[in-house]
Design a binder for this molecule. Structure first.
Ligand code: PEP
Length: 247
């Protein structure tokens, strides 16, 4: 079985004005031969301008969330088709900041995945346990439960990625040990194979949570780690390139 093509995706969250497009250009200009794919997921306001800034480069574009509906009276929200129309080819779904801050359930994330697929977007579906759940020995059960609940059968035959992001490691500077990451990634892999058969073996499983240039090599080369979802360290081209260079 060939290993999944690795993906390194930068999640800018609610950061970035027009001036930040220079960082995106610097990422594209600094990419050498990368044994994988690279993507940036800016706020929705920058997707179209980043598409223009990155035209002709190897950096793909993603959104950070989408509505499950195609259109309608949903003030302030963005649909998958709108992201695709603006130039995105991927979308992050089920990020813990949305699960916790907006009460997003596995069922809602699964509905958003279906919407993303209909718009031709590749979903990056995030899962991860809280510190309390890890301390209670529930990490594997929580994460595999989220995988089962958030990945609809409609994903069969489609390109998608799963991102394991322990909630307690996001933006904190804390990271799980390599054996802890591998344990969860192996459990996610087994669940993917259970759900999608042989195709489940080809889905990249990204790690996310305080990835930086200094820890990227160890994390990216851990068993069943197929790339990274990077928050804070994706805002500066030099840091993001340092992580990509560790692939
Ligand atoms: C994230 O929010 O997806 C993330 C991984 O953030 P950070 O790298 O800043 O921990």
């Amino acid at each position: 079985m060939t290993a999944p093509t690795p993906l390194i995706a930068g999640n800018w969250k609610m950061n970035g004005l027009a001036a930040a497009l220079g960082e995106a250009r610097a990422v594209a200009a600094g990419l050498g031969q990368v044994p994988g794919r690279v993507a940036l997921c800016p706020p929705a306001t920058l997707v179209d301008r980043m598409r223009q800034a990155l035209a002709g480069t190897a950096v793909a574009l993603g959104g950070q969330d989408c509505r499950a509906e195609d259109n309608g009276a949903f003030t302030g929200d963005v649909s998958a088709a709108m992201l695709a129309d603006a130039g995105a080819s991927l979308v992050i779904l089920g990020h813990s900041e949305r699960r916790a801050g907006y009460g997003e359930t596995d069922a809602l994330v699964a509905a958003k995945v279906v919407a993303a697929l209909s718009a031709g977007l590749e979903p990056i579906v995030c899962v991860g346990e809280t510190l309390e759940q890890r301390k209670a020995g529930e990490a594997l059960a929580v994460v595999t439960g989220q995988v089962r609940g958030s990945l609809p059968a409609a994903l069969a035959g489609k390109a998608f990625a799963v991102a394991y992001e322990p909630v307690w490691a996001i933006g904190t500077g804390l990271t799980p040990t390599t054996p802890e990451i591998e344990e969860v990634h192996k459990a996610i892999r087994a669940t993917l194979v259970e759900q999608f058969g042989a195709e489940g073996a080809k889905v990249p499983i990204l790690y996310g949570g305080s990835v930086k240039p200094s820890n990227a090599a160890e994390i990216l080369h851990a068993a069943e780690v197929g790339g990274a979802l990077v928050g804070g360290a994706s805002l500066k081209a030099a840091d993001f390139l340092g992580i990509i260079g560790a692939l």
